[in-house]
Design a protein around this ligand. Structure first.
Ligand code: ZN
Length: 287
């Protein structure tokens, strides 16, 4: 297992962590100041400044990407299918232009939440089937750009509104069905916030193996959690055994970035430099 205590060379910043404090240019600037070598930007942040400018700014600062957030939200009613497909194709094009190593997929829950305006449904089985079909379709397009897709299983609390893929096992089952040859086109993004509670998680990380482990996200789970979306903890503030999860991934050969991704009303209220400084400290002591 890699020793993170002496430096933060394997820390990547998911840019949502400081999304309220500045735009992507300001974030890239701050990362350069703090010696952070990689980021995972969000599409809305990129689109505000333009893909070309975002790519240039990262290149100029010597910062690479650990992923691109995000593709997905595949579930919709029939009227919106083409729009969803094209939206995800644009995400692939952007990720390619930015030089991202993969696109993180948050697959969508029930259609009315995933794509507002869609006809309401309570059929989660049908949503899951739709997700799998849509990933298969997106893969064909992504392959032409050699852009791996990383399915992020989300905690079951998000099954209705964000993702109906809720366990690592479920995500890997999709990978095995759609990419049985393990070509590198499909894998998982593991976020400790979503997987820590799962009794199967360690055996599923083993099952994933190096070629399916495309990204690793860290933060912490606070007790109590006051907001299921925007009350994530800084690493070390909560109850996740982050190191055991990282050890399991690295035992399979995962050697990529450890990406700090904290959506938190509390952390968004603090100055960017203070947040980054704390991320770096906690990455050394708690990741
Ligand atoms: Zn994540």
């Amino acid at each position: 297992m890699r020793d993170f205590s002496a430096d933060h060379r394997w820390l990547s910043l998911n840019t949502a962590t400081v999304r309220k404090q500045g735009d992507l240019l300001a974030i890239i600037d701050a990362c350069a100041r703090h010696g952070i070598r990689a980021i995972d930007p969000w599409r809305d942040q990129v689109s505000l400044i333009g893909v070309g400018r975002a790519a240039q700014a990262a290149r100029d600062a010597g910062i690479e990407l650990s992923g691109y957030c995000r593709g997905g939200m595949f579930t919709s009613d029939a009227a919106r299918r083409v729009e969803v497909r094209d939206d995800n194709r644009r995400a692939v094009d952007e990720a390619h232009a930015l030089g991202a190593p993969c696109i993180v997929l948050v697959v969508g829950g029930l259609p009315q939440y995933s794509r507002p305006g869609s006809e309401p449904s309570k059929n989660i089985a049908s949503a899951r089937a739709q997700v799998e079909d849509a990933i298969a379709e997106m893969m064909e397009y992504a392959k032409t750009a050699i852009m791996p897709l990383a399915i992020e299983p989300l905690h079951p609390a998000y099954a209705a509104d964000r993702a109906c893929v809720n366990t690592t096992r479920q995500a890997l089952d999709i990978c095995d069905r759609l990419d049985p040859g393990r070509t590198g086109a499909l894998g998982v993004a593991l976020d400790v916030y979503h997987i820590w509670w799962d009794p199967d998680v360690l055996s599923q990380i083993k099952r994933a193996g190096k070629d399916r482990l495309l990204a690793f996200h860290v933060c912490d789970w606070l007790v109590p959690t006051t907001d299921i979306l925007n009350d994530r903890g800084m690493m070390g503030e909560g109850i996740i055994d982050i190191r055991s999860l990282r050890r399991a991934a690295e035992q399979e050969g995962y050697d990529g970035y450890s990406e700090v991704e904290i959506f938190s009303i509390g952390w968004w209220a603090r100055p960017m430099d203070q947040v980054l400084k704390t991320c770096i400290e906690r990455h050394r002591t708690a990741v």
